[in-house]
Design a protein around this ligand. Structure first.
Ligand code: SF4
Length: 302
């Protein structure tokens, strides 16, 4: 059966000829949108863990986390190679020497074939880009930048602390270095219309990025968004609504962009709403069957 979108596992297999899994790393870094440099509140949907695992606070080094991850993922998926995914907070937000030590600690672990580094578009500079570029002849290097929405009014509302132009400027600084670029987008942000979200799809399509992660907005305990939600100020997307939007989005992005994620992974104990966000396999199956029913595929409406 024809693949209707360009998925991450197929991409990894084409490069390494085996199953490759990402291992999440918490390097103990922070974020300028939380430490007071830009703001202390953070993005309205972010809790104090900053999407992290808390592994650093439990005393686990980068190497410890990678060894544990390798052990688990090689048994579960028979993975043979691994990408160290620096996920928690902003992973380019430290002096270049500190980052070099952390990245190289990861790259020195056996069968780590690359890095994926999650960060903000206003949190990168030439020395860090130069450092990452130096790894590219030997390793697969992905920089994952959060955009979330290509609408400035939404970015302001969610307290991102940067605008769309900042994101575009950062992409320009990153291209042509051998570093792969992944953009993060959230669907269902407060007060966004379908037309706003499709505008984000069109903007992403024109950026020349290599990958995308699409996330559902879900409400997590202890966030400003939780208060907003409990006051009845916005509603979460229904599952079928999300599936339709995801398919609309996939149809509008170039067929060579690697789709690394199609929904989020909320922590069950921290999730406030929507509860269907916990049904990841069901949501992915619905996305595949909707594309089948529409007889559409990635890029068909670009
Ligand atoms: S940039 Fe990331 S870590 Fe920082 S406040 Fe926003 S979501 Fe949280």
């Amino acid at each position: 059966m024809r693949k209707r979108y360009n998925d991450l596992n197929t991409y990894f297999r084409s490069l390494f000829d085996c199953r490759v899994q990402k291992i999440t790393v918490d390097a103990g870094l922070t974020c300028p949108n939380r430490d007071g440099t830009f703001s202390t509140g953070g993005c309205i949907y972010c809790n104090a863990r900053g999407s992290g695992t808390g592994a650093f606070d439990r005393g686990l080094s980068v190497t410890d986390q990678l060894l544990q991850g390798k052990d688990f993922l090689s048994r579960r998926y028979k993975a043979r190679k691994f990408i160290a995914y620096f996920q928690s907070f902003s992973n380019t937000y430290a002096p270049p020497d500190t980052l070099k030590r952390l990245y190289e600690e990861a790259l020195n672990v056996e069968n780590i074939v690359g890095l994926a580094i999650g960060t903000r578009p206003d949190c990168i500079n030439e020395p860090v880009l130069d450092l990452l570029q130096r790894y590219t002849p030997d390793y697969l290097i992905w920089l994952e930048y959060g955009l979330q929405s290509a609408n400035d009014k939404t970015l302001k509302f969610i307290n991102r602390g940067h605008d769309v132009q900042c994101f575009k400027d950062t992409i320009q600084k990153t291209v042509n270095r051998g570093i792969k670029i992944c953009v993060h987008v959230i669907l269902g942000l407060p007060h966004e219309t379908k037309s706003d979200m499709l505008h984000t799809a069109q903007t992403v399509a024109a950026l020349g990025v290599d990958g995308i992660k699409l996330h559902l907005l879900y409400v997590v305990k202890g966030t400003p968004l939780e208060k907003y939600y409990r006051r009845g100020m916005f509603k979460c997307l229904e599952q079928d609504e999300y599936v339709d939007l995801i398919c609309d989005f996939i149809e509008r992005i170039p067929s060579d962009i690697i789709i690394q994620r199609l929904t989020g992974d909320p922590h069950p104990q921290e999730l406030v709403a929507p509860q269907w966000a916990l049904k990841k396999s069901e949501t992915l199956a619905k996305i595949r069957s909707t594309l089948e029913k529409r007889n559409s595929w990635q890029g068909c409406k670009k």
